[in-house]
Ligand binder design. Structure first.
Ligand code: NAD
Ligand code: UDP
Length: 339
């Protein structure tokens, strides 16, 4: 198939391009590089031996989209392009809604005009809000996401859910990611935050390499085993594997399907620190700090539905997630900017 990958220069998108190419698909990336570097796609080409098509542009640019869809016969779209910094979304809600919700609407309109009706969408476990219980199945009641970023994902899910009701040619996969971490085993591509990382694993990795001094552990009085927050960390390559399987399933099945992509097991912040120390041989200095506003105590997936319907399950354990993160970070201390 010929797949349009929006946000394909980003962290998860670049790993998706690798797997799509390795599975024999043709890939065109649309990315405005607002949170990524073209170098990522050069690295993808080193891994796969083939440069993906690349269009520098914005999913909100209707004219560009029409030209892109006129020039190519896409079979499906994997839509990763979005802004994802939770704190920034609180300060700039309009920017987040315009980019994430507005961008998806423009993209779907262009798809409709071009007669392309298959989309795999990057949603998030944040749509569950503060869960009543764990593990979380897809049928869990939708909670209230605690920030505009989370609400933008929820809104896009609502928009995409309407499409097959109006036109049965649409087939959409809503993939609810738990906590993607890790990097391609080559050490050539990985997560490259532009500013100080918001997320735990890139923060730990930058402490380990000496770019940051100390980790703040946000909250040590949660009702969890050791008092620190518990999350379902999933290797990015397992996550992407779920996308390729979802793509195959929605090819045959119109409508909207929702799948959790998680491992089904949670680790605490302190367990994550210990695992990273073991793999890297570096000490991670940390201090116990107050809870971060909007954080929940514990969140992990019930991945049974994805197992049953996609024939998918996460294969890589915590050690592999940490080893791949460390390989990427230690070989590219400044991310894509140097080295
Ligand atoms: P990322 O920032 O590395 O990748 C997003 C890419 O989209 C970037 O390359 C960016 O330049 C591009 N982009 C943003 N807005 C654009 C626009 N208007 N037009 C064109 N390109 C645009 O983020 P990621 O971690 O790879 O996340 C990919 C997707 O997965 C996002 O939708 C994100 O919300 C979702 N997601 C990520 C996580 C996570 O923890 N990383 C968790 C749940 C969901
Ligand atoms: N966390 C932390 N210090 C940090 C970043 C995160 O203690 O610098 C904790 C956070 O409170 C949560 C876990 O690590 O319990 C995962 O946080 P992340 O931001 O990576 O994911 P999310 O909260 O979005 O699930």
């Amino acid at each position: 198939m010929h797949i349009l990958v929006t946000g394909g220069a980003g962290y998860i998108g670049s790993h998706a391009v690798v797997q799509l190419q390795q599975a024999g698909h043709t890939v065109t990336v649309l990315d405005n590089l607002c949170n990524s570097a073209e170098e990522a796609l050069l690295r993808v080409a080193r891994i796969t031996g083939t440069a993906p098509g690349f269009v520098l542009g914005d999913v909100r640019d209707r004219q560009l989209l029409d030209e892109l869809f006129a020039d190519n016969r896409f079979d499906a779209v994997m839509h990763f392009a979005a802004l994802k910094a939770v704190g920034e979304s609180v300060r700039q809600p309009l920017r987040y809604f315009e980019n994430n919700v507005g961008g998806t609407i423009s993209l779907c309109q262009a798809m409709e005009r071009a007669g392309v009706f298959r989309m795999v969408f990057s949603s998030s476990a944040t749509v569950y809000g503060d869960p009543e219980s764990v593990p979380i199945p897809e049928t869990a009641p939708m909670g209230e996401p605690t920030n505009p970023y989370g609400r933008s994902k929820r809104m896009v899910e609502q928009v995409l859910t309407e499409l097959p009701r109006a036109d049965e040619r649409w087939s959409v996969a809503l993939l609810r990611y738990f906590n993607p971490v890790g990097a391609h085993e080559s050490g050539l591509i990985g997560e490259d935050p532009q500013d100080i990382p918001n997320n735990l694993v890139p923060y730990i990795a930058q402490v380990a390499i000496g770019r940051l001094e100390q980790l703040s552990v946000f909250g040590s009085d949660y009702p969890t085993g050791d008092g620190t927050g518990v999350r379902d960390y999933i290797h990015v390559d397992d996550l992407v594997d779920g996308h390729l399987r979802a793509l195959e399933v929605i090819r045959e099945r119109p409508g909207v399907q929702v799948w959790n992509l998680g491992t089904g097991r949670g680790y605490s912040v302190l367990e994550m620190i210990r695992a990273f120390e073991q793999v890297s041989g570096r000490e991670i200095p940390y201090r116990l700090s107050p809870r971060r506003a909007g954080d929940i105590a514990a969140c992990w997936a019930d991945p049974e539905k994805a197992g049953r319907e996609l024939g998918w399950q996460a294969r890589h354990g915590l050690e592999r997630m940490m080893a791949d993160t460390w390989r990427w970070q230690s070989r590219n201390p400044e991310g894509y900017r140097k080295g």
